[in-house]
Design a binder for this molecule. Structure first.
Ligand code: G6P
Length: 614
């Protein structure tokens, strides 16, 4: 949510900043802006509604010189998306410019206080309040910028990642974080700042992830000082990031989403590397082994997550209960954190998050930790906030996910949950060797089976054309396929704006069936498993009401394929691994329907990939 980039060094800042903003556009894209200090110590701010490309058009013919600058791409929280509300925001004297990601919760009180002192506001944002507050503190107490920022942030309640520059001090950027991510990149005579490492990795692999309430002072492109709000100096922990630049490009695909769907066989392979042996006879997730006492002692698992990660959690519940015989609860992190849940030190809480930054999931982790639970993270973004807040965890290792609609992260999360359940079940002795070998062997063959599924892309693209008329879709599944139905529906609504709902197939009779008529497409996951006959009956009920059934079946199906209107035929696997196969055609279906409807697949309206506000 909101992307921040900063640069100070000897190169022209603007091209680096704009390129960085494009890398971060997945975080928000309703307006964009840049602030630069030129050689004559002019502080120039340019900002406009719309995407980064619109900012590029806006600055043609403008003075974009300068070796220091900050830039922002916005996902609106306070105030509509328009150029006045876009960042950077000037202070009243226009000597400070500030960008911000997060929410200043007490902005209204602070604003009133400043208005009473005569401050006038041009925007309806909480961010402008912060920059005015910093200026007010700075001028009234005759302080330097760092001290003013420290004092201002002590008055702030809420979440922030900020960067601020001062007209008369082109030698420094001051940046700070609390509950919103911020990374400093250390190059050769240049320093970078960004919401995540993606804008930085093409210049340097040396980064410092700031912690909450830390302030970074980036001076002259050469000196990085980190202090806390009370000016105690902190030694920066310099880490090396490994990221393949190709992962950040579309690589010939028309959208990141399609690229990421197609990457899944390789991603699952990478996710299993070093965890499942090449023969496919053993699986060992080191975090489970290393913490087996606490994991074996657990009376209960609670999985907290949001969005697509929450759907993966529902599959994880079935896997862990099935193999490990431990009760598992799945919670929306946003609900869990506010309802005084019963948690104690016999609970293991698993937090699932692609970005590792989702504010509600992070807060749920902190709450569970404070009550003594052991916290296990399943994340994708290396070094992000959730993995740093957990006791242990396993990365899914699927590479950066750029498309706003999550695809490869979901299958990566399900893969890690499968490996977790198997590793723990083996330790607990709740799975027999034969079943263990069958699941591990099948897991090992999933990447090849996914490749077969991807061959259906053209067919699914063709059939998608039929359904662009639809205003509603129903997705049905049972058992392990129920969360897949939820995920399929979520994908469709996120990117095509068609209303779609997922249900456990048998629940259809309790309401949703009233919606079924000849216009209603119903996607049914009907692969061959223990509930096949039951799903068959559910399909007959839909057909009796003339619904259009798109059935996801296994190759060679001779029963459902005869009564469904359209069949998508998939390779078979065992029931517990079915989601890794059946999700893929649903991702493709959503993608192609959205493309047929001319939608902005990678940056759907109103959404952001990394939701760092609650
Ligand atoms: C946003 C994204 C979703 C994602 C959810 C949770 O809504 O658009 O794709 O599933 O956040 O994100 P996380 O990074 O915690 O998995």
């Amino acid at each position: 949510m909101c992307g921040i980039v900063g640069y100070i060094g000897s190169k022209p800042a603007y091209p680096i900043l704009v390129k960085g903003l494009k890398r971060l556009e997945y975080r928000g894209y309703d307006s964009a802006g840049v602030a630069l200090i030129d050689d004559n110590q002019q502080l120039n701010v340019y900002k406009t509604k719309g995407k980064v490309s619109e900012l590029e058009n806006f600055v043609i013919q403008k003075n974009i010189s300068g070796n220091i600058g900050i830039a922002h791409t916005r996902w609106a929280t306070h105030g509509e998306p328009c150029s006045e509300n876009a960042h950077p925001h000037f202070s009243s004297s226009e000597s400070l410019a500030l960008i911000h990601n997060g929410i200043i919760e007490n902005y209204a009180v602070l604003k009133e206080k400043l208005q009473a002192k005569g401050y006038v506001f041009k925007s309806s944002t909480d961010t402008e309040v912060l920059v005015q507050l910093i200026e007010y503190i700075k001028i009234t107490n005759n302080l330097d910028l760092l001290t003013a920022v420290q004092l201002a942030l002590q008055e702030v309640i809420g979440a922030y990642a900020i960067a601020v520059i001062e007209k008369n001090h082109p030698e420094q950027i001051i940046a700070a974080r609390k509950s919103s991510p911020l990374v400093v990149g250390i190059g050769d005579g240049e320093l970078f700042l960004a919401s995540d490492a993606t804008p930085i990795v093409e210049y340097t692999d040396k980064v410092v992830y700031l912690n909450d309430e830390e302030i970074a002072v980036l001076s002259n492109g050469t000196e990085l000082k980190v202090v806390n709000l009370h000016n105690a100096e902190i030694t920066p922990d310099v880490k090396t990031v490994v990221m393949n630049l190709g992962q950040l490009e579309k690589g010939g695909y028309s959208h990141f989403m399609l690229k990421e769907i197609f990457e899944q066989p390789d991603c699952i392979h990478d996710c299993m590397r070093g965890r499942v042996n090449v023969e496919g006879t053993n699986v060992a997730l080191s975090a489970v082994i290393d913490h087996k006492e606490v994991m074996l002692r657990a009376k209960r698992f609670i999985i907290v997550a949001c969005g697509t990660s929450w759907h993966a959690a529902l599959i994880g519940k079935q896997l862990i209960e099935n193999f490990c015989r431990i009760p598992v609860e799945v919670e929306y992190a946003s609900e869990f954190r506010y309802r005084n849940p019963v948690i104690n030190n016999e609970d293991v809480v698993i937090a699932i998050s692609q970005s590792g930054e989702t504010a509600d999931t992070l807060a749920a982790v902190e709450l569970a930790k404070s009550k003594g639970a052991f916290i296990y993270g399943i994340c994708n973004a290396i070094g992000s906030s959730i993995p740093r807040a957990t006791n242990t965890g396993s990365y899914i290792h699927v590479g950066p996910e750029i498309g706003v609609a999550s695809t490869k992260a979901f299958t990566g999360q399900v893969t890690v949950l499968t490996m977790l359940a198997l590793t723990l079940a083996k330790e607990k002795g709740t799975i027999n060797q034969e079943d263990f070998l069958e699941v591990v062997g099948e897991l090992n063959s999933i990447p090849e089976k996914m490749k077969e599924v991807l061959l259906l892309n053209d067919k699914i693209a063709e059939l998608s054309k039929i359904f662009t008329y639809a205003h509603n879709f129903i997705y049905l599944g049972r058992g392990y396929s129920y969360p897949v139905a939820l995920e399929g529906a979520l994908k469709l609504k996120e990117i095509s704006y068609i209303h779609a709902e997922g249900y456990p197939a048998a629940e259809m009779k309790h309401g949703p069936i009233a919606l079924v008529d000849a216009e209603m497409p119903v996607v049914v996951i009907a692969t061959h498993n223990a509930l096949y006959e039951k799903v068959l009956s559910n399909i007959q009920e839909i057909k009796a009401r003339k619904g259009k059934v798109i059935a996801v079946v296994n190759k060679g199906d001779t029963i459902i394929s005869k009564i469904a209107d359209i069949c998508i035929e998939l390779p078979s696997t065992i029931e517990c691994l079915d989601p890794l196969i059946t999700t893929v055609p649903l991702q493709m279906l959503a993608y192609h329907i959205a493309v047929c409807k001319g939608m902005d697949v990678d940056q759907p309206r109103n959404l952001a990939k990394s939701v760092t506000v609650e």
